[in-house]
Design a protein around this ligand. Structure first.
Ligand code: ADP
Length: 728
């Protein structure tokens, strides 16, 4: 609140009764003076003071200014004439008069009745005697309006009989109130502007985005915020415009993806001004004083003047170096994983592992692990300089890691190590080893921990970089991917070795079983013959038993034969003995041989043969295929008829074995030609799941193919198509 004693009447010749006429005469002058003085004001207290200074002598010795704040009228300034002529509290709450005007919004003038005036002006009872004592004659109050809103009230009072307040004084007070309201509004706007400017400046200071503002068409002066200065590593007050006048220009360069340095007119802010269009997301590499600082994404929008002509631009800059590096790292990891997984040979994988590291991660990359002879040594090594690669290869072949070498420790602990700056004479390296020859300055050692323990150590060295924690994290991630690939390759090799071992075993076992089987079969044949010769009842029973044993022996022989074929086929040794033959005759022969068995299970057999069907094939292998198909037809369709047909086709010959058995579901049809694949339960049907697989291998070696058509519960039909002549 402002409380002022205003100097006594201004202007020596303006006292007494002349005042009112002076007021009337100089009303225009007074308002002019008021406007001029208000224009000089800065701040609302200046405005209040100006009101007191200009209005008080002219409109009595008493003036209160109350303003509405959040709907409540509050006293903000009070002026009283000097020398104790006018009493009453300058401070304190607004007067009843002010409240009345604030509520009604209409000016009020009260003349002559000093008692009523005192009541209207004294806000509290205790003040009343003092105000009465002042002997005020007239009082008036006018509202302060701004854009249709009431913002306060100005009250005046006079005790001078010569200076009575009347209608003219009220009109003048209203005009003054208008000027004061405007001045207060101007002050409010100025303050708001100042706050906004301060907020904007704070925003520019704290926002983690580089912002540059150019206020000229050539963008010769670009003002930057803190982040911008920080990104460029330049003082905040430097002009970072590339088109800055000589002497102000900074050693900055922007390069595009192709490495081309952009001239100033191609930069986003300059382009935004020239084209009048926004320029978005331009990715550029920043170089300051010849050193690369990172990758920036720059956007710019033009600023326009009142006639919509570009007058400057605002540019934003974001540092995407980390994001870009992360993306590149991800890409590198994805690509390297694909490359690493493409080979299932551990040696090849370890060579790929080190090759991929240079030059992206290292100048020199080595993989130390177990060599085929079991010794710990360099398995592979790669150098960024291709001319040094032969030397690296030579070392990989010859160097052995001594017992004291730290690689042993890493393999034992599985803990990776980062050596940002190699200080000692490379104690971690191999004697006369790579670092001494290659000048390595910074090193990362990462053990590759697989499910079977540490497979080896990836050593990465750089001649020009100092590895950071970020590099270390990335290298560990890369090593984890590589470990996965190496482990995969190892598992694959182990699985392949195990399969080879099994096949080898099957081959040996097949041969071993065959010898006693042959002897057994011969013995049984003889037993059958000799028991038949005996002729009595016991002999007949004996002969029956012997025949059963013979059949089982033959079945065992076929199973052993199948196992032998598995090992032959997987090792690529299923020889074909080709000869001129008649396929129809072979079908008849197989059918005749199997007839007893067919009869036993109640299957009638119909042959539909177009003979002869001459061709060059392997007789015993085709016999095997036909026997297998017929045996399956019996097994899966006992008691049901079987039909075998054979005919010529334009391409060769076609044999079909058709039954009316259990049939095969469409899903199973797709897999029954696979090794060990079966589509029936073991409890109900015997078999190894090898017959169709072996048949398919034989048919395809003869240049043909085999297929099945079937419906569950409605029988199956296996068709073989073969060319007639097969090259040896
Ligand atoms: P298996 O010794 O099990 O018969 P195969 O390789 O000869 O082995 O046949 C593979 C599977 O195909 C069989 O287990 C059976 O489920 C199905 N299969 C083969 N032939 C027939 C057929 N004629 N009718 C129904 N299912 C058959």
């Amino acid at each position: 609140m402002l409380e002022l004693e205003v100097p006594s009447m201004s202007g020596a010749g303006l006292e007494g009764p002349d005042l009112l006429s002076s007021l009337q005469r100089s009303r225009g002058q007074l308002l002019g003076r008021m406007s001029r003085e208000l224009a000089q004001c800065s701040g609302r207290y200046d405005v209040f003071r100006c009101l007191g200074r200009v209005a008080l002598p002219e409109l009595g010795g008493w003036c209160d200014l109350d303003v509405l704040q959040d709907g409540v009228l509050q006293r903000v300034a009070a002026f009283r004439a000097p020398h104790g002529q006018v009493h009453g509290p300058p401070g304190g709450p607004p007067s009843p008069l002010a409240w009345r005007v604030a509520r009604s919004g209409s000016p009020e003038l009260h003349q002559g009745l000093s008692e009523q005036v005192a009541l209207l002006l004294s806000p509290e009872e205790e003040n009343l005697p003092r105000i009465q004592e002042a002997g005020l004659l007239d009082c008036m109050a006018v509202p302060l309006w701004l854009a249709g809103q009431l913002i306060g009230v100005i009250s005046f009072a006079s005790r001078e009989p010569e200076l009575r307040l009347d209608g003219a004084a009220l009109a003048l007070a209203e005009d003054l109130a208008g000027c004061v309201a405007l001045a207060l509004e101007a002050d409010r706007l100025r303050q708001e502007l100042e706050h906004q400017a301060a907020d904007f400046k704070t925003l520019l200071d704290v926002i983690p985005v580089g912002i540059g503002i150019a206020r000229d068409r050539e963008c010769q002066h670009i003002q930057q915020n803190r982040w911008f200065a920080r990104l460029h590593g330049l003082p905040l007050d430097s002009n970072i415009s590339l088109s800055a006048p000589d002497g102000e220009r900074q050693p900055i360069r922007y390069r595009d993806a192709q490495g081309r340095t952009l001239p100033s007119e191609e930069l986003p802010m300059q382009r935004a001004v020239t084209t009048g269009q926004e320029v978005l997301d331009v990715e550029l590499d920043l170089e300051v004083q010849g050193a690369r600082r990172g990758t920036l994404v720059i956007s710019a929008v033009p600023l326009f003047d009142a006639s919509h002509r570009p007058r400057g631009a605002i540019g934003t800059i974001q540092d995407v170096t980390a994001r870009k590096r992360a993306m590149e790292a991800q890409r590198f990891l994805a690509e390297s994983s694909a490359v690493l997984s493409s080979s299932l040979d551990p040696e090849q994988t370890s060579r790929t592992l080190v090759r991929l590291c240079v030059p992206a991660l290292a100048t020199l990359a080595m993989f130390c692990g177990r060599r085929p002879d079991g010794a710990l040594g360099l398995v592979s090594m790669s150098h960024a300089d291709p001319s040094l690669q032969p030397l690296a290869d030579e070392m990989a072949r010859t160097l052995v890691i001594s017992e004291e070498h730290p690689v042993h420790e890493l393999i034992a602990t599985g803990l990776p190590r980062l050596i940002p700056v190699v200080k000692e004479a490379f104690s971690w390296t191999l004697r006369n080893g790579p670092s001494e020859r290659f000048g390595i300055r910074s090193v990362m050692l990462i053990p590759l921990a697989t499910s079977q323990g540490v497979a080896g150590v990836l050593a990465l060295g750089s001649t020009d970089r100092t590895y950071t924690e970020d590099d270390f994290t990335f290298a560990k991630e890369y090593a984890a991917h590589a470990t996965y690939a190496i482990d995969n390759a190892r598992l694959y090799r182990e699985a392949r070795d195990a399969v080879a071992l099994r096949d080898e075993f099957l081959g040996i076992a097949g041969h071993e079983l065959r010898t006693p089987l042959t002897a057994l079969k011969l013995g049984l044949q003889r037993l059958v013959r000799e028991s038949a010769a005996l002729g009595d009842e016991d002999a007949e029973r004996l002969s029956k038993w012997a025949a059963t044993c013979q059949r089982q022996g033959e079945r065992l022989g076929r199973l052993v034969g199948d196992l032998l074929d598995v090992s032959r086929i997987t090792s690529g040794r299923l020889p074909m003995v080709l000869e001129e033959m008649d396929l129809a005759a072979l079908v008849e022969e197989v059918a005749a041989r199997m007839r007893p068995e067919l009869e036993k299970v109640g299957c009638s057999l119909v042959l539909k043969l177009r003979s002869p069907l001459a061709g060059r094939w392997d007789r015993s292998r085709l016999d095997q295929v036909l026997s297998n198909l017929l045996a399956n037809a019996m097994k899966y369709g006992p008691g049901r008829p079987i039909e075998v047909s054979a005919s010529s086709t334009p391409e060769g010959v076609c044999v079909r074995v058709q039954d009316e058995g259990i049939g095969i579901s469409p899903r199973d049809q797709a897999r029954i030609f696979g090794r060990f694949e079966r589509a029936v339960s073991e409890r109900h049907y015997g078999g190894l799941g090898l017959g169709l697989w072996i048949s398919q291998q034989i048919v395809s070696q003869l240049g043909g193919h085999i297929r099945v058509e079937s419906e569950q519960g409605r029988g199956s039909s296996f068709t073989i198509e073969l060319p007639r002549w097969v090259e040896d």
